[in-house]
Ligand binder design. Structure first.
Ligand SMILES: O=C(CO)[C@@H](O)[C@H](O)COP(=O)(O)O
Length: 241
C-alpha cells in the first residue's frame, strides 16, 4: 500500500446522509473535484435507531461519480456485511468496535476485496481497548456525536480523546488516518484540527448550504489554517489508492 498517501492531509468527506435523497446523484456531482471522498452511512435500525443506505447505494454512486466512497457501517453484524461493501466498490469500509465479533477475519476479508478498512468508536468507547488491533486498520473514526442522525451538536468532550489518539498514532508510528464524524462545521473544525484530526466528515455543513463545493473548500481552508501539520491533499483518485 502507498504510504505516501498517509501524509497528514486535511481531507473533507461530505456525508451523503445530509443530501437530498431524491437527488443523490446531483449531490455527489455537486462536490466532485472538491470532496476528497464521499461518506456513506449505513444504518440497520438495531445498532442505531435509524435506517439508511445499503450496498445498492454504493453501486448507484459508483455509476455517477469517481470520488472514492467511505462506507461507515452502523450495523449489528458488520462481520457478515462489510466485505460485500468492498466488493461493490467502496474504497474504505469502517466497522464499529462495539459491533464487530472477529476483527481479524473481517478486516482481512475487506482488504482481500480491495478496500481499506476503518475502526469506529462511539464517544464513550475507549480506543485503548483496541490497541492490539489498530495495525489491522487504515483509519480510526472517533464519533463526535452519538451515531444515528445528522444535524447533532458536536461533543466537545471528545476533544481530549482526539488529542490522545493523535499522540498514540504519532508515538507508535501507526499508519492510520484519524477521522471524526458528527457536528463538524465552520465553528468546530478548527479545534478538531488542532487536536489532531486529518479526515473530517461533514453532512449538514456541506449539503445544508447553498454551494456544497464552496462549503468543502472553506472547511478545508479552516482546518489547514488551524493546524500547520496538515497539508492540502492531492486530488483524489477513483480507487482512493
Ligand atoms: O454518522 C453520521 C450520523 O450517525 C454522520 O455521518 C452524520 O451524517 C453527520 O452529519 P452532520 O453532523 O455533519 O450533520
Amino acid at each position: 500500500m502507498d504510504t505516501l498517501a498517509r501524509v497528514a492531509t486535511a481531507q473533507i468527506y461530505p456525508s451523503m446522509l445530509a443530501a437530498d435523497f431524491g437527488r443523490i446523484a446531483d449531490a455527489a456531482r455537486a462536490v466532485a473535484g472538491h470532496a476528497d471522498w464521499l461518506h456513506v452511512d449505513v444504518m440497520d435500525y438495531h445498532f442505531v435507531p435509524n435506517l439508511a443506505f445499503s450496498p445498492d447505494t454504493v453501486d448507484a454512486l459508483r455509476r455517477v461519480t469517481d470520488t472514492p466512497l467511505d462506507c461507515h457501517l452502523m450495523i449489528d453484524d458488520p462481520d457478515r456485511w462489510a466485505p460485500g461493501f468492498a466488493e461493490r466498490g467502496a474504497a474504505n469500509v469502517t466497522i464499529h468496535a462495539e459491533a464487530v465479533d472477529d476483527i481479524a477475519r473481517t478486516t482481512d476479508a475487506i482488504r482481500a476485496a480491495g478496500a481499506r478498512t476503518g475502526l469506529a468508536v462511539k464517544p464513550a468507547t475507549p480506543v485503548e481497548h483496541y490497541l492490539d488491533d489498530l495495525h489491522r486498520f487504515d483509519l480510526l473514526l472517533l464519533m463526535t456525536i452519538e451515531p444515528g442522525f445528522g444535524g447533532q451538536k458536536f461533543m466537545d468532550e471528545v476533544l481530549p480523546k482526539i488529542a490522545a489518539a493523535r499522540r498514540l498514532i504519532d508515538d507508535r508510528g501507526l499508519d492510520l488516518w484519524l477521522q471524526i464524524d458528527g457536528g463538524v462545521n465552520r465553528e468546530t473544525i478548527e479545534r478538531s484540527a488542532e487536536a489532531g484530526v486529518d479526515v473530517f466528515v461533514a453532512g449538514t455543513a456541506v449539503f445544508g448550504l447553498e454551494d456544497p463545493a464552496a462549503a468543502v473548500e472553506s472547511l478545508r481552508a479552516l482546518a489547514l489554517a488551524a493546524a500547520p501539520r496538515l497539508t492540502a491533499p492531492a486530488p483524489a483518485t477513483a480507487s482512493g489508492f
